[in-house]
Design a protein around this ligand. Sequence first.
Ligand code: HEM
Length: 444
Amino acid sequence: VLEEKDAVEAAPCPHAASRAHSLDAIPGPTNWPLVGSLVELLRKGGLTRQHEALVDYHKKFGKIFRMKLGSFESVHIGAPCLLEALYRKEGNYPQRLEIKPWKAYRDLRDEAYGLLILEGKDWQRVRSAFQQKLMKPTEVVKLDSKINQVLVDFVSRIGNINNNGKIEDLYFELNKWSFETICLVLYDKRFGLLQETVNEEAMNFITAVKTVSTLCKIKLKTNANRAPDDLIGDILHQSCLSKKELYAAITELQIGGVETTANSMLWAIFNLSRNPGAQRKLLNEIREVVPPDQDPCGEHIKSMPYLKACLKESMRLSPSVPFTSRTLDKDTVLGDYAIPKGTVLMINSHALGSNEKYFDEGKLFKPERWVRENSTINPFAYVPFGIGKRMCIGRRLAELQLQLAMCWLVRDFEIVATDNKPLDVIHSGLLVPNRELPVAFIRR
Ligand code: HEM
């Protein structure tokens, strides 16, 4: 996600084409009749390896390439200069690729759409109802006590279920943590997913998912006695959204916020385990800024540049969401090409983050690159939350949640690597490790 400040400071695009070429001139893998490049993609390891195949294609064809899979055609952009051009030419209602099954499901149940699938003016109306509460740093920082309430339980749980440092199914534990946090933020209610009652845990989790929808409706009915930090109540009160719209929006905020955050935390834990030097430096910063008798909070984070750099570096090296998309709502010139309205663009944050052209020694975890005085990193090369008006609305909340979690964990535990073998990454919607993380949490 690019902030306005970053975008203005970015260097002008050197590829402002005087005479743009047509879509057909964009290079790409061989487009066979009927199948397009599907067979080639399957040969490169199939859909679970598509992130690697796309990086290869960017290496081979450069900043932009065109690909057809069956009848689905897309144009892939993986250069800061092209992202900047797209950002500057963006209209008022940017569109992502439709999620047809989700739309069909909502239609079938006669439910409204949320931000993930809304379009046009309706999207903008719902987006602006949440924008202030979720994207304004001074508003988001107020959520630190709720985030911390869950972290107290999470860190204690990591201590309790710790078997010689090992945590069984860490990813599931992290999903419960992020679910519990987003629910507390959205509904002001705890679900008890981090409790010790191990037998009923799985059951609780499933029940909790169902309870969310009921709870949301109850909250809407009882909005007369609102608490001061009641997000749903505030939005219903201050915006012109109907209850049905608000219910749909909240549902999709929750969908957007659980696994993405858990996944980013998983990768942050992994990267810190493999980089003990960076972890030590982070611990020193935590100890300097957070007095031993205090809990880390939003105010502390403001004076922790190395912590922020560690998170950025982890999300560059191991992004959770490898790419996002845009469906062009008007003819648009990007670099050397005139791309017609209706074209689907894929914005590849994974290819950008792993490109040596934009990040020297890009395979290494080097948080220092983000705190250098004269940093030359192009802000359009780091887009793990997407770009422009349609970027992730949960970005600030997720960042605060992840930064606080890193503080709490690193302060209490040394995160050690239990082996040094390479970890394979597979694409299953998000980028996930193909095996349990080889890490252990040793109490300091
Ligand atoms: C959209 C990533 C956390 C809710 C997105 C997009 C990305 C993304 C890449 C697409 C943006 C674009 O197309 O430009 C992430 C990552 C997260 C995270 C990596 C965690 C580290 C969250 C959280 C919430 C959330 C915590 C909820 C509070 C959404 C919603 C959208 C979205 C509703 C659609 C926004 C719109 O179209 O207006 N996210 N996200 N995300 N995210 Fe997140």
